[in-house]
Design a protein around this ligand. Structure first.
Ligand code: 5IU
Length: 473
């Protein structure tokens, strides 16, 4: 860095002190903690010359040579700063809404962008990194890549680590240590005050934020120990023992076809997913046979029933009629749409059972919004003993390592079907999107040799998982 730059940085530190953007003394934080230092960078909007110097310094320091497609300020303080940088760097800006949306499909991110675009984050002060992560999570939900953040000041209280854990690199104009040094050298604060602030910051570290990325770096056998639902625990154990995260979606229409295929591939799967209502010659004897196979080959059974009615009806659908699903399925899928009643109906205390709640779908044009996904995760959190995990497409859906991400829409041969299904590769769903158990249907069922193909999927998916957990070592 040039002398000129250093000088400007020093001037900025002094200016921030003089306008009371940084204050020393005894303050009480929002959470009731006493602190000897307090930042309020919101006041900078009243000082256009300081705004100008902040944006010039940030531009020189981190924006000029950055190749991101967009930049986005964390609301609110950083918004005007981001605007100035966007104009200076001719880098298009995105805006994230802070308020929760009041109606359906209103977007959280404003501006024009496409999936896979990169976005640089601008923030004023980082303490734990949680505000930066909130903005990043919303951007990631929209398919944007946000892996770099620049801030005016890093308080050096775990923010950097929390961001790194979420695959975000942090650059700061000042660290707290640098800021204190400048202020002491310019006789704005005493040595004692500086030492006082440093010891405070060392003792009061911001909490480490549990993240959805961390969950995906933990091996299945460890996650089994953290599972509350018995079926999640069993499934994690089976995956670790059999070294497979493959779920076969056996969408065939006669009992014999299903039983023959499962006999062939049973050793390669951890979970068998059925649609019992598509079987033309269904009889309860079939469920006995499939259960016997599940025991022999050590896999669990998921009836992909996608319950979506009021609790009372779901309770009847689950226990009565032709299929008696509650008697043989280890777990079922359900929509969160009708509300909690559906979970109350499925909350069978007497048996070891689980529910995968639908938080997202793989099909083109489905109406699920990021808000719906978030509300689904919140609803699940109230039934920890019942919920095995989520059927979803993206890692950000949940944080708890004891839950399982079940992801359908995987095929090696094609990228979609004629009826709206969208396929991804094993690499994409496991490494990028955080899938734990991966559903493959026609990729295996319609293959010339399903047994060989099941092995191909099993090996490729497991390699992806091993690669994923190895990045944490
Ligand atoms: N399935 C999806 N996408 C979803 C949900 C379920 O494909 O979002 I929720 C089911 C449908 C089918 C299986 O039974 O997973 C995928 O089969 P194919 O791999 O043949 O597309």
């Amino acid at each position: 860095m040039t002398m000129e730059y250093e000088k400007q940085l020093e001037n900025l530190a002094i200016n921030l002190f003089e306008i009371d953007a940084v204050k020393f003394g005894e303050f009480t934080t929002k959470t009731g903690l006493k602190t000897p230092i307090y930042f309020d960078l919101r006041v900078i909007v009243s000082y256009p010359i300081i705004m100008d110097s902040i944006s010039k310094l940030l531009y020189e320091f981190a924006v000029k040579d950055n190749n991101c497609d967009h930049l986005c300020g964390v609301p609110y303080t950083a918004l005007p700063v981001a605007t100035l940088l966007s104009i200076k760097a001719k880098m298009p800006m995105l805006m994230r809404r802070k308020e929760s949306k009041s109606y359906g499909t209103k977007k959280m991110i404003e501006g024009h962008y496409k999936q896979g675009d990169t976005c640089l984050i601008i923030e004023d002060v980082v303490t734990s990194g949680s505000s930066v992560l909130e903005t990043i999570n919303d951007l990631r939900k929209e398919g944007l890549r946000a892996e770099e953040a620049i801030v005016i000041l890093d308080r050096e209280q775990t923010g950097r680590k929390n961001l790194e854990d979420n695959n975000v690199k942090l650059k700061s104009l000042f660290t707290m240590t640098q800021l204190l040094k400048i202020l002491v050298a310019n006789k704005k604060i005493t040595e004692e005050m500086s030492a006082n602030v440093k010891s405070y910051l060392q003792n009061v570290q911001a909490p480490v934020i549990a993240t959805s990325l961390q969950r995906t770096l933990i091996p299945y056998e460890k996650r089994a120990e953290q599972a509350t639902n018995v079926i999640a625990k069993k499934l994690f154990d089976i995956m670790a023992v059999k070294k497979t995260n493959l779920c076969l979606s056996v969408d065939l229409t006669t009992c014999t076809q299903i039983l023959n295929l499962v006999e062939e591939v049973g050793d390669h799967i951890c979970l068998l997913k059925t649609h019992v209502d598509i079987i033309e010659d269904f009889h309860l004897d079939f469920t006995k046979k499939i259960k016997e196979m599940a025991q022999r080959h050590n896999f669990l059974i998921l009836e992909d029933r996608k319950y979506a009615d009021i609790g009372n009806t779901v309770s009847l659908q689950h226990t009565k009629g032709l299929y008696k699903i509650n008697e043989w399925a280890d777990c079922v899928t359900a929509h969160s749409l009708p509300g909690e009643g559906i979970l109350k109906a499925l909350n069978d205390q007497d048996n070891e059972r689980g529910v995968f709640l639908l938080a997202e779908m793989s099909s083109e044009g489905n109406l699920i919004t990021p808000d719906y996904t978030e509300a689904t995760a919140k609803m699940a959190a109230k039934y920890p003993h019942l919920i095995t995990g989520f059927v979803c497409q993206k890692r950000d859906t949940f944080v708890d390592p004891g839950l399982i991400q079940l992801t359908p829409g995987v095929q090696l041969e094609s990228s979609k079907d004629d009826l709206g299904q969208v396929y991804n590769t094993p690499e994409k769903v496991v490494l990028e999107n955080g899938a734990d158990v991966i559903v493959v249907g026609r990729g295996i069922v319609k293959a010339k040799n399903p047994k060989t193909q099941a092995l191909v999927y099993k090996n490729r998916l497991w390699e992806c998982y091993e690669k994923r957990i190895s990045t944490s070592k």
